[in-house]
Design a protein around this ligand. Structure first.
Ligand SMILES: Nc1ncnc2c1ncn2[C@@H]1O[C@H](COP(=O)(O)OP(=O)(O)OP(=O)(O)O)[C@@H](O)[C@H]1O
Length: 626
């Protein structure tokens, strides 16, 4: 009747969680330095315990049940000892039957409370982990882009999974199991002391030895378990890497080398598992043996007391020693087993501390302040965008934009061109207010970006990125994302205005076709058109477009081209341009080089100047033709 909480089937699959956490550990060597345990910290315990506060009824009921559980186990043990010492010893049959019936009732009652203790603990743990995940998620939504630049995705995921899970175990198990076991231990000690103080003195003298033996064995087992976990994380990391990089592997004909490496890793893991099995095979029986050893010692002592006149003052009658021996026989396991259980719970508490420290560390990061407290929220924007000597660096010590100045009037299309790393995407990220300029001013409709509410701006900005991000759902769902309250007719109308409705209708289920994970069921061109339709439906004043570089067939290209022209009409648009026609039709082309605008003006003017742009243009034509 071990006092543990059964695994929670609703929880994130533990193996998946562990795999993920361990994968991170292996892929990111730095992750290994993240401490798995932290000392107990009352500040963290209090904060973690606060998460149980909204579920006070469950928590309090659980505390009552836990107190009952602490009494039940010693009570049952004592009762059965009393039946042996009383009715059985005195050959009293009715007494034996009565005693057994009472024992049966006690056992049923014990199991019922056990059931409710486990159930309530699980429910409390589930409620707490749910609240925690909700808070982490809400907090992540508020974080600015710079946070995501600094923080690895794996770290964020492990805060949500393994750390939150560790905190759940801390809440649902440590205190309650600790109380049941600790309470049972104290009561068992009290009963033994009451029956025979000298014999209990022997039990007490054995306790430090038992604790030391426990520590020695569990230390070895834990060390081995850690080795297994680490070797497993190397295996999973290698699988993930190999699957992700399968094309490169095949391209460089490294299959055999990789397979050999993997074989070694798997063998390694298997050896650690076998070593653990061997260790457990010898250690666990030894752990069990210690209790028997104490019972044997007690029997000798009791025998000495009865046969040799005893070692206690007052010379108790032999029946009293017999009775005490029977009681001790039942109480010994209740006194010693908690040592092991509580040591395990102590470890769980330390792991929960480490999880809590990391999760609260994340929750305590203040979101970057991207707007003033008195930021304005204009109903409508005209879409005028002005950069005044804007300087910016993702890391303020390493600026990547050096004094950018230009103005985009409402309705104009600005094409951004330049070599890779010249700063095109950074300019766009500033317009979206993912970051604020380090120096200089960015004005939207004459309002400083900091003074303009981010929500109001985003309501007027449409973004179509190269990656064409589609979410699981239908084509219709994905277009509707541009305006969640749009009717089906409005969605269809947006597609029709872009002249691509026929393409969507030709899909197996028309607009109700599932796009698959990341849009995998659609072609690249179709994915782009879905994103265009999404932007069309949102009808933003400012449109940001990072044109896709991947080539599509000529017919789809023509459709995309046409759709794009319609989409850009009447909006201030910023396009990281990869299509010649987009650049040609742009009101102005900004040529960026090392974070500076080096040329600026319409295509024909720049071509005539025969500078950097003309050179880029020639390279571009050459690349498209070859
Ligand atoms: N999140 C980031 N954190 C730190 N540095 C960054 C980040 N994003 C871009 N940079 C750096 O800023 C500079 C400008 O990058 P940016 O992405 O704006 O160039 P780009 O012209 O859009 O390039 P590409 O055409 O390859 O997309 C580069 O030196 C790049 O390494």
């Amino acid at each position: 009747m071990a006092e543990t909480t059964p695994p929670n089937t609703n929880a994130a699959p533990e193996s998946a969680t562990r795999k993920h956490a361990t994968r991170i550990t292996a892929v990111n060597r730095k992750g290994e330095s993240e401490a798995k345990q932290r000392p107990l910290d009352w500040r963290l315990i209090k904060r973690l315990w606060n998460y149980a506060r909204p579920h006070a009824f469950k928590r309090n009921l659980l505390l009552v049940i836990v107190v009952m559980r602490a009494v039940q186990m010693p009570l049952m043990a004592w009762w059965i000892a009393t039946v042996i010492n009383g009715p059985i010893f005195n050959r009293d049959w009715p007494g034996v039957v009565r005693g057994t019936l009472i024992f049966g009732a006690l056992a049923v009652f014990t199991e019922v409370t056990h059931h409710y203790r486990s159930k309530l603990a699980l429910q409390l743990g589930e409620a707490v982990v749910q609240d925690l995940r909700r808070d982490i998620f809400a907090h992540l939504q508020k974080m600015g882009m710079s946070f995501y630049d600094r923080t690895k995705l794996g770290r964020i995921i492990s805060r949500m999974t393994s750390d939150a899970e560790a905190m759940r175990m801390g809440i649902q198990d440590v205190l309650f199991i600790g109380m049941v076991q600790g309470g049972g231990m104290v009561i068992a000690a009290g009963v033994m002391l009451w029956y025979d103080p000298p014999l209990f003195g022997f039990v007490l003298a054995m306790t430090p030895i038992i604790i030391m033996l426990n520590r020695y064995f569990t230390k070895r087992l834990t060390k081995q378990a850690r080795l297994i976990q680490e070797s497993f994380s190397r295996v999973t990391a290698t699988i993930a890497e190999s699957v992700n990089g399968v094309r490169v592997t095949q391209g460089f004909v490294r299959q055999e080398v990789n397979a050999e490496l993997f074989r070694e890793l798997v063998k390694d893991h298997s050896n650690y598992n076998l070593a653990q099995a061997r260790l457990a095979g010898t250690q666990l029986p030894l752990l069990e043996f210690k209790t028997q050893f104490i019972i044997a010692g007690l029997t000798v002592l009791a025998g000495y007391q009865v046969l040799e006149g005893g070692f206690t003052i007052g010379d108790p009658p032999p029946e009293k020693t017999f009775a005490a021996l029977v009681v001790f026989w039942f109480m010994i396991p209740l006194f010693f087993n908690p040592i092991r259980v509580m040591a395990r719970q102590f470890n769980t508490a330390l792991t929960a501390m480490a999880g809590a420290e990391r999760v609260f560390g994340l929750l305590d990061i203040e979101p970057e302040k991207l707007e003033a407290d008195d930021a304005v929220s204009p109903e409508e924007l005209t879409g005028r965008v002005e950069f005044q000597d804007v300087r910016f660096g993702y890391d303020p010590d390493h600026p990547v934009l050096h004094g950018i100045s230009f103005t985009a009037e409402p309705g104009q299309t600005v094409a951004l061109v330049g070599h890779t790393g010249s700063g095109k995407s950074t300019v766009i990220k500033l317009i979206c207010k993912f970051y604020l300029p380090t120096q200089g001013k960015l004005l939207i409709d004459g309002i400083d970006a900091f003074k303009l509410s981010t929500d109001a701006l985003m309501a007027q900005v449409g973004i179509v990125l190269q990656s064409n991000f589609l979410f699981t759902g239908t084509v219709m769902d994905n277009i509707r994302m541009g305006k969640p309250d749009a009717t089906d007719e409005q969605v269809i109308d947006a597609a029709r205005r872009l002249d691509c409705l026929d393409l969507f209708e030709a899909l197996p289920e028309g607009l109700l076709t599932e796009v698959g994970e990341k849009g995998g069921n659609l072609s690249l061109g179709q994915r782009q058109l879905v994103c265009f339709a999404r932007a069309m439906l949102a009808d933003p004043r400012i449109l940001i477009l990072d044109e896709a570089t991947s080539s599509v067939d000529t017919m789809t290209e023509a459709r995309i081209q046409k759709a794009l022209e319609v989409l850009l009409q009447g909006r201030t648009s910023f396009v990281v341009a990869h299509r010649l026609s987009t650049i040609r039709h742009a009101s102005t082309v900004l040529v960026l080089d090392h974070g500076k605008i080096v040329e600026e003006g319409p295509h024909t003017k720049l071509l005539a100047e025969d500078g950097i742009y003309a050179n880029l243009y020639r390279q571009f034509i050459h690349a498209t033709e070859s």
